[in-house]
Design a protein around this ligand. Sequence first.
Ligand code: UD1
Ligand code: CA
Length: 464
Amino acid sequence: MSAPLAIILAAGLGTRMRSQLAKVLHPAAGRPMIHYPVLATKAAGCARIVTVLGHQASEVTAALKGLPCQVVIQRKQLGTAHAVLQARRWFAALRAPVVILNGDLPLLSDATIRRLLDAHRSQPATLSLASVRLPGPTGYGRILRSAGGRVAAIVEEADATPAERGLTEVNGGLYVAEGRWLADALCKIRPDNAKREYYLTDLVKIAVAGGGVVQAVPVEPAEELLGVNTRADLARAETRLRERINARHLTAGVTMRHPATVFIDDEVTIGQDCLLYPMVQLERRTTLGSGSTVHAGVRIRNSRLGKGVTVLDGSQIDESDVADGAVIGPFARLRPGARVGAQAKIGNFVEIKQSVVGAGSKVNHLSYVGDATIGRGVNIGAGTITCNYDGTRKHATVIGDEVFVGSDVQFIAPVRIGRGAVIAAGSTVTRDVPPGALAISRTAQENKLGWTKKKFATHKRKKK
Ligand code: UD1
Ligand code: CA
C-alpha cells in the first residue's frame, strides 16, 4: 500500500475567534496554528500534505512557506465535506489511505495519527475516526451508536436533540478513509442540516448505508483533540504546548527556576546546562549555546547566543548575535543587527542597533550605539552616543581596535577613529581621528573666583 495522503482543512475564518485574522494564522507557542497539523502529518509519514485554504489564503500560504505542503483553494466555505472535495484531484484515484484533519488541532501528535492509520489498516474499516470522551462536549459532533454498539452517525450540535446533546463520546476531527471511496462518498453528501452546510461527518451515514464499517478510535489524553474555536481554546492549547516544550528542554538538561513563567517558542533551541530564571521569554528561532544564563524579565527573539553568555535582568535582544562569554544587561536593548563579540560587555541602559561590538569590548553604561563598527578591546565610556541620523540619512561610526573612549562622547557620523586612539571625555567628535592620536574637543574651563559670593550678595540686595 502506498503512503498516506493528508488533507488539512483550514479555509474557515473562525468566526468564534472574533478576529480579523484567519483562525489558523493565530500563533501558538511562536508558530501559526496551521504549522502544527502540517508537522504532525509529516512526522506521521504522510507522503503528501494538502492544505485547503480560503480566508486570507495568500497570508496562510505565506505562513506555510518552507513547510512540505501543497495548497488548494476553497472559494466559498460551504462546509467541511465541500472543503475536502476541493482536494479531490489528489485522491480520486488513490488506493492509499487519506488522513483528513481539521486545521485547528494544534495539540494533535504524530503518534495519534499513526495509531489511527494502524487501526484503520488492521480493522479493516471503511472509515476510521478519532473520538474522545468529554464531560462537557459543547461544540463537538456527537457520535451516535446503534443498539448493537456500532458507530451509526455523527450529529452536529446544532442538529442534535436534547438527548443526543447529552452524549459525551464526540468526534475529534481526524479521519482516515481510502482515496477512491472518499471521492465517491463525498459526492453523496447533501447540505440538509440546520446550517445548510456540506458536513464531512455525514461520511459516517454514507459508509454505514453502504454496508461499511466505521470505527471510532478513542484517543487519550483528550487534549490531543482540542479543537481551537475560541480565544479561550487557543489559550488552553498554548498553555499545554508551552508545558510540553518546557518539559522537552528540562529533559534535555536545561534548568528553569520556575518553569510555569518561562515562555519558550517551539522553534527555540537551548544548549545543555543553560539556566533560565523566572519570566524569561525565548521567541521564534532563538538559539542559546550551552552553559548560558538568562535572568529574570528577559525577552530574546530570533537571536543567536553563544556558549556561556549571561543576560542580566530586564534586557531585550531582537534579531541579534551574541558570541561566547558575553555579558548583556541588566536593562540592555539589542535591536536588530546587533553583533556582540566574545567576552564583550553591554551594560545597563545601553541600546545597540545594527552594529558590531568586537571581542572583549565594553559598552557598560547609558549609551546608544547605532550603525557602528567597534573593534576589539575597545572601551566606550558612560553616556557615549553615536549620532548616526542627520534627519534624512543614517551614517556609520567606525572605531578601531583598542580605542579608549571617555565618558559622555558624541560621535557625529560619519566618522572613523583609528586603532589605539583616545577620545577625551566630554568630546564631540566631528572629524576622523588618526590611529594613536588623542582627540579632545571641549571648551577650555574657566574658573571665576569668588563668583558665588558676589551672586549671593546681589540676590540679597534685590530681596530688600
Ligand atoms: C468539526 C466537526 C465536529 C467535530 C469538531 C472537532 C464538521 C461538520 N464538524 O466541527 O463534528 O466534533 O470539528 O473539532 O466537520 N473548514 C473549511 N471549510 C469549510 C468549513 C470549515 O476549510 O467550509 C475548516 C475550518 O477552517 C476548520 C475545520 O474545517 O479548520 C473545522 O471547521 P470548524 O468550523 O472548526 O468545525 P467544528 O464546528 O469545530
Ligand atoms: Ca473546530
